[in-house]
Design a protein around this ligand. Sequence first.
Ligand code: APR
Length: 173
Amino acid sequence: MGIEIVRGDITAQEVDAVVNAANSSLLGGGGVDGAIHRRGGPGILAECRRLRDSSHRDGLPAGQAVATTAGELPARWVIHTVGPVYTTAEDRSHLLASCYVESLRVAGELGAETVAFPTISTGAYGWPLDDAARVAIAAVSETATSNVTTRRFVLFDSPAYAAFESALARAEG
Ligand code: APR
């Protein structure tokens, strides 16, 4: 299945593409988004602005993904995706899954062989970790993308690592 889980910082990953937990504006924020822009430098935001002036005038809808340069990061590309905000009022799991599926699709188009994901929507967007891990592992393990051989989840803290470790163990049966 080629799925790895590691403790660490998404900005330090030496992979072809790192996925950003962005917001629809594509113009930066806190958390993962802030870390990627801070460490990646102004080149990433400049390219995001160009997207807003061209193909993504209304921003990036939740569940979709788009790539830019990774600037000063070890990675070659950043794949920006926008997670759904968690709510008990409706089931948005399909949008959360789509973040991973679409990021892998974009990675395939780029020719990326190694991709690192943060845990989308589990911070500011409030998604419970265990459910986010279940959705993420299922989406990534069920998406066939020929050239992507390494799919790495980068967990920032112990609770996230434990949640993904359990979800992966359940998925592998
Ligand atoms: N590396 C890996 N994981 C990280 C890092 C990092 N450097 N920094 C934070 N995280 C983890 C958090 O612990 C959280 O569990 O990433 C998870 C996602 O948190 P957020 O970054 O808040 O992302 P999300 O919940 O999808 O909210 C997105 O927050 O930062 C803004 O601009 C962003 O508006 C958007 C919203």
